[in-house]
Design a protein around this ligand. Structure first.
Ligand code: HEC
Ligand code: HEC
Length: 245
């Protein structure tokens, strides 16, 4: 009995020795061990996994605004990028990514993303003397004046009353306005959407840049048309709520 056990042990040990522990079948080699999500520290991987679905694979061409827009990056500072990435933008589809806000990313990973966006896509001398309106303004907009600002700066492309024209689509559509924040409207008016051919604040009317107040007012005018009861499709919901006949 003892002798048999001994032989069994010898056979087992030899078998293990032949296979070599690290190369045992099914056991992943060192290169194949998946990295724990919280340990990923490469900007390309973090951006591709978390942002590209909405902001586009190279920072543009997605449904949400391009982050690879040097005008945007010159107007929005790191605090803006950090806040949006970590805490999301309530009331919109921009999610919160920081673990502290219920997301999956560590504080370090949020920093990697913010620094990566800045390093990869900003151009330090983009303005060469031009003075853009500030990212945000505490002065409230005047929507009545905004309607005039709209006629001057926007109607040539977006058509009378914003309902769409030859060169650009409607920007007063209820479903669009229901999903976009006032800040995002301001961001788009200042930084444009160059990947789609939407001009920045100085190119709507060449030689006549918009002032910060112009931007605030046109945003107030757009925001005043946001439906009270957003739904999909907007018309049907509005009818059901007695908003339109
Ligand atoms: C599910 C879609 C979605 C994903 C995923 C997403 N975003 Fe966004 N993001 C949006 C939308 C939509 C907005 C505009 C929200 C609004 O109306 O204010 C936005 C806005 C932003 C803004 C603020 C823009 C401004 O006006 O200043 C930043 C910065 C930003 N996103 C960065 C990121 C980063 C970085 C990631 C990845 C970690 C990411 N987003 C992932 C949809 C998304
Ligand atoms: C030279 C033409 C042109 C002018 C002038 C112009 N836009 Fe646009 N705008 C575009 C194009 C092109 C797009 C992207 C495609 C589309 O929405 O049809 C766009 C997109 C937008 C969007 C984003 C829509 C979306 O789907 O994300 C907003 C908001 C907007 N413009 C607001 C304005 C406002 C406000 C003004 C005036 C201050 C203005 N635009 C002036 C051409 C223009």
């Amino acid at each position: 009995m003892r002798f048999r056990l001994l032989i069994l042990r010898v056979v087992c040990v030899t078998a293990l020795g032949l296979c070599g522990c690290t190369n045992a079948p099914g056991r992943p080699g060192p290169g194949k061990v998946p990295i724990v999500p919280g340990e990923i520290s490469d900007f390309g991987v973090l951006y591709a996994q978390n942002c590209s679905g909405c902001h586009g694979s190279e920072g543009k061409g997605g449904a949400a605004i391009a982050l690879a827009n040097p005008v945007y990056l010159a107007v929005a500072d790191d605090a803006v990028l950090h806040r949006a990435t970590a805490s999301g933008i309530p009331g919109t589809s921009m999610p919160a990514f920081a673990q502290s806000a219920g997301g999956m990313l560590t504080t370090k990973q949020v920093d990697v993303i913010v620094n990566g966006i800045r390093e990869r896509w900003s151009k330090p001398d983009i303005f060469s003397g031009a003075d853009p309106p500030p990212y945000s303004s505490s002065v409230p907009g005047d929507s009545a004046r905004g309607s005039e600002v709209y006629a001057t700066y926007c109607s040539s492309c977006h058509g009378a009353a914003g309902r769409g024209g030859q060169k650009a689509s409607s920007i007063v559509d209820g479903s669009f306005l229901a999903l976009v924040s006032d800040q995002e409207l301001r961001t788009i008016v200042i930084a444009g959407r160059p990947e789609l051919g939407a001009p920045d604040w100085r190119s709507d009317v060449p030689g006549k840049p918009m002032s910060s107040q112009d931007v605030s007012d046109v945003v107030a005018w757009l925001a005043s048309q946001r439906p009270k009861f957003p739904g999909q499709p907007f018309q049907t919901t509005a009818k059901a709520m007695g908003e339109i006949q």
